[in-house]
Structures are given as structure tokens and as C-alpha cells.
Write a protein that binds this ligand. Structure first.
Ligand SMILES: Cc1cc2nc3c(=O)[nH]c(=O)nc-3n(C[C@H](O)[C@H](O)[C@H](O)COP(=O)(O)OP(=O)(O)OC[C@H]3O[C@@H](n4cnc5c(N)ncnc54)[C@H](O)[C@@H]3O)c2cc1C
Length: 277
């Protein structure tokens, strides 16, 4: 038992958990809520290393997206059509589940569409994507529930101020949401559902025992039946052989720019995303 804690603290916050989830991002918190739904009697603990959930879930761009045409082409070329359909379905159904869990008004969900921009230097890619519009509308219709998903929105480029951009394709089924509000709502729901969330309490190591796992933390060791690792890019800490490479992501936020009106979420040069929020 950790010397820092009183008997009462230890018994309440570190003892008797059936499931310990490491990481309080989107994955960790939704997994905790699902676990309680599937096993209402299970005692569930979420460990978060930082004061706030400190990962991609609150540091992302807030795009509620499932694939621009160039992404779909790339993914289909890499993994085949069946794998592409599987991943798009997972993204689409995941978004639907999230919107069921947290109401649109709380998420500030806005069905503004997702736009992909192509510069004059990307004519060949733009043409391939334009040619694929009807193919992906038909392919994804059973997943999305409509065949009016993608369209050429280049005629709306005028006045948006994208220098050198010639082609703009729209995914009408995408939107934008506020990930700060999303995570706040999930944290509130987790406590309401009977999940304990400890902030500033990193899992330092996992030690498998006979029928349990010991989770080492700065507060002491927690013994539990099951551990779910939801640490995203940091998973190699526990499984050094996993091929997970953290990638640097960056989100820049400006003051509102006078005259700039971007009615949606925009993908640019594949890796860059721009939102008009
Ligand atoms: C810059 C950027 C922009 C993005 N934009 C979008 C977007 O617009 N739309 C979209 O759908 N997706 C976007 N993504 C991807 C999306 O945000 C992630 O896929 C998603 O948030 C991952 O959630 P997660 O819970 O797996 O991980 P995370 O949110 O990273 O959560 C992992 C948590 O584990 C905690 N942790 C780590 N190690 C430990 C430990 N040892 N003990 C305890 N806790 C620990 C971390 O502090 C963190 O809170 C973006 C990602 C980035 C980086």
C-alpha cells in the first residue's frame, strides 16, 4: 500500500477494480462507458497521466470526417476494396455512436461538409479524384445511407481566398465538432456511470500475475483482472515490440481573420487541415 495515501483513500481509489483502463482519451473514456454498460457490476478505473486528458483527443482539429477522395483512393490502393469499406464503416459508425453518446448540441456538431483542395500543381491527382466521385458515391452508399456523398464544389471556390487552388471536392456527410466539449462531456458521463477517473496518475509498468495484472502507479500498485491500454502513440512504453511510432501533430489557431469565411472543414496537401471555426 502506498505510504502517501490513507487507508480510506487506498481502499476507495486504488483497490478492488475489475478493469483498469490506461489513458483518458476518447478511446479510454468510451471504453470505460461501454464496459460499465456491458458489465454494470464491474468496478472500472481510468488512469490518466496528466491533469487533463493530454493526447490527440483534445489536441486535434475537430473534423468529424471519414475520408476524402484522395485518402480513399490511397487506402483502397494499399489495402483493397473490402478493407477500405471496413475502415469507412468503422469511422462512420464510430461517429454515429459518439453523437448518440454526446448530443450534437453539446458537441457543437456542425454538418458543414469536408472539402479537399487541389492546387494547380496537383492537376493529375485532382482529375483522378474527380473521376472517382461517382465510383465512391456508389461504393459507400450502403454504408453512409445515401449516394449523394461526394461532389465537385469547385464553383464555390470564388471568394474563399485559397491562392492557387483550382479544384475543390466536397464530402457532404462530414462535419465539425468541439473536442474540448466532447471530452468534458465524456468525463462527466464516466463519473456518472460509476467509473473512477484518476488524473495525474500515470501507469508506470504492468506486471502480469497468476490471474491478475499489477499496474504500478506513483500512488501504489493496483491489482486488477483486466487492463485496457488506451494510450494511443504511447503504447510502446508497455509493449516495446509494438510497431507504434508517435507522429508529431500541430494545430495552429488564429484570431478571427477579417473577411475570411471558410464554411466547412478543408483538407489541403493531404496532411494540412483548415477549419473555418
Ligand atoms: C494534430 C492532430 C489532429 C487530428 N485531427 C483529427 C480530426 O480532425 N478528426 C479526427 O477524427 N481525428 C483527428 N486526429 C486523430 C484523433 O484525434 C485520434 O485518433 C484520437 O483522439 C485518439 O484517441 P485516443 O483515446 O486513442 O488517444 P489520446 O487522445 O491520445 O489519449 C491517450 C491518453 O493516454 C494518456 N496516457 C499516455 N500514457 C499514459 C500512461 N502511461 N498512463 C496514463 N495515461 C497515459 C495520454 O495523456 C492521453 O490522454 C488528429 C490527431 C492529431 C494528433
Amino acid at each position: 500500500m502506498a505510504t502517501l495515501l490513507s487507508y480510506w483513500e487506498h481502499q476507495t481509489f486504488l483497490h478492488g477494480f475489475d478493469v483498469v483502463i490506461i489513458g483518458a482519451g476518447l478511446v479510454g473514456l468510451t471504453a470505460a462507458l461501454h464496459t460499465r454498460r456491458l458489465r454494470p457490476a464491474a468496478r472500472v478505473l481510468v488512469l490518466e497521466r496528466d491533469v487533463l486528458p493530454n493526447g490527440a483527443s483534445t489536441k486535434n482539429a475537430g473534423f468529424a470526417c471519414f475520408g476524402s477522395i484522395s485518402e480513399l483512393l490511397e487506402q483502397e490502393a494499399r489495402g483493397g476494396t473490402a478493407a477500405l469499406l471496413q475502415v469507412v464503416r468503422a469511422r462512420w459508425e464510430g461517429l454515429a455512436e459518439l453523437r448518440q453518446l454526446v448530443p450534437d448540441a453539446v458537441l457543437d456538431y456542425q454538418p458543414v461538409g469536408g472539402f479537399e483542395l487541389f492546387r494547380a500543381t496537383e492537376t493529375e491527382l485532382a482529375e483522378r479524384c474527380q473521376a472517382a466521385i461517382s465510383y465512391y458515391n456508389a461504393l459507400l452508399a450502403p454504408v453512409i445511407g445515401t449516394s449523394a456523398i461526394f461532389r465537385d464544389a469547385s464553383s464555390q471556390l470564388t471568394g474563399l481566398g485559397f491562392a492557387g487552388v483550382q479544384v475543390m471536392l466536397e464530402n457532404t456527410a462530414e462535419g465539425a465538432l468541439d473536442t474540448g466539449r466532447m471530452m468534458e462531456a465524456l468525463l462527466r458521463q464516466a463519473w456518472q456511470a460509476g467509473v473512477t477517473v484518476l488524473h495525474g496518475c500515470p501507469a508506470l509498468a504492468l506486471e502480469p500475475a497468476a490471474s491478475t495484472v499489477r499496474v504500478k502507479t506513483p500512488l501504489g500498485t493496483i491489482e486488477t483482472e483486466q487492463v485496457l491500454l488506451a494510450t494511443n502513440a504511447f503504447s510502446r512504453q508497455f509493449f516495446p515490440n509494438l510497431d507504434v511510432q508517435p507522429g508529431r501533430g500541430q494545430v495552429l489557431v488564429t484570431e478571427p481573420l477579417p473577411g475570411l469565411r471558410l464554411p466547412g472543414t478543408f483538407h489541403y496537401t493531404k496532411a494540412t487541415t483548415i477549419s473555418g471555426r
